[in-house]
Design a protein around this ligand. Structure first.
Ligand code: UDP
Ligand code: MG
Length: 336
């Protein structure tokens, strides 16, 4: 099967996935073994509160498995960044721990890489399983992000990807803390290929991305990749100012020429409230950007590794970029 030996890494973020991990590790390691004899799985336990840690400790001796236990839940984007910081292969797969991303597609992705693609991502064939508000919301988000932008972020792309080592290095070199990975994949560029796929249903448990978490992610994406909300607001302000000027002129003329005073306590109050609302919304939008600038300025690490287990055969040529001092601990934490 192998045309030449390739060292394969996999990044798998896991938050409360205890029930899915045995299945995932069995399927993934079998698929990887069929593709190469040099592989590693970098699994990030993103501060899980279920039995994920205990389940993973039972795999402590599994060859090829690298586990990073975060000190708390930092979110999927941080988990992906940590994974990428620790991989050492020539190619890197990224996939979810809930078996929604079929491992059977990995050989096709790898052959696309062998044919010259530096990034291969999978695009959902349809989104019929999603509620209408989610589809419309995501359409609006990507329209806003992509409007007038040099970098186009594909809308239906998921996180199931193959990245060449060069792409991994480029992503790791990006210093920002507010990370919207789908945008960053597009931003770094490289020869990219999209393949169609139909995601499987989650094996156990339920999605972590609903309500506030989804809104947060959308806001991160929007503020990180677009200044459009700020600009739209300037345009809106200009239009409103022009309209008010016109109306002001009309009212003045009516008063001075026709001697017709404009009645309207109601109009004034409605106008005041409208403009009060507009000002608050614009302050809110400014605040959204400012808050993120503040996060960047603080320069806190994007994640903290409490404990690391490393059984990777690729361990000798390490290119760990953002490891914290505590992350080099290779034994069980005394308080764990
Ligand atoms: N995940 C994570 N940290 C979080 C939330 C999710 O590492 O704070 C992982 C989760 O374990 C899964 C992947 O991210 O492997 C995708 O999450 P989920 O299945 O909940 O999202 P969906 O597939 O519904 O978009
Ligand atoms: Mg999922």
């Amino acid at each position: 099967m192998n045309e030449h030996p390739v060292r394969i890494s996999c990044v798998v973020p896991a938050f409360n996935e205890a029930e899915n991990l045995p299945n995932l590790l069995a399927q993934l390691s079998a698929q990887l073994a069929a593709l190469s004899d040099q592989w590693e799985i970098v699994l990030i336990d993103d501060g899980s509160s279920d039995a994920t840690r205990a389940v993973l400790s039972s795999y402590a001796a599994m060859r090829g498995l690298v586990v990073l236990h975060f000190s708390r839940n930092f979110g999927k984007e941080a988990a992906l960044s940590a994974g990428l910081d620790h991989v050492r292969g020539d190619v890197c797969f990224i996939l979810d721990a809930d078996l929604q991303h079929p491992v059977a597609l990995m050989p096709d992705m790898l052959s696309a890489w062998r044919d010259g693609a530096q990034m291969v991502y999978l695009v959902r064939e349809n989104r019929d399983d999603e509620p209408i508000w989610k589809r419309w919301g995501s359409l609006l988000l990507y329209r806003l992000i992509n409007f007038g932008s040099m970098v186009q972020v594909p809308e239906d792309a998921g996180d199931f990807r193959l990245l060449d080592a060069k792409v991994v290095a480029a992503l790791c070199a990006l210093p920002e803390r507010n990370r919207f990975m789908k945008g960053l994949y597009a931003w770094v560029g490289f020869r990219t290929l999209a393949l169609p796929y139909t995601p499987a249903p989650r094996l156990h448990g339920k999605t972590n991305f609903s309500g506030m978490r989804l809104i947060n992610l959308a806001l991160t994406g929007l503020t990180a990749f677009s200044n459009m909300p700020l600009r739209l607001w300037s345009v809106f302000g200009l239009v409103l100012a022009a309209l008010s000027l016109g109306y002001g002129g009309y009212v003045s003329l009516a008063y001075f020429i026709d001697q017709r005073p404009v009645a309207g306590w109601t109009t004034i109050v409605a106008g005041l409230m409208f403009f009060g609302g507009i000002q608050l919304i614009s302050i809110g939008i400014l605040g959204e950007y400012l808050g993120r600038v503040y996060d960047e300025v603080k320069q806190r690490p994007r994640y903290i590794v409490d404990m690391k287990q490393d059984n990777s055969p690729l361990a000798d040529e390490c290119h760990v970029l953002h490891e914290t001092p505590s992350s080099s601990v290779n034994h069980e934490h005394p308080n764990a």
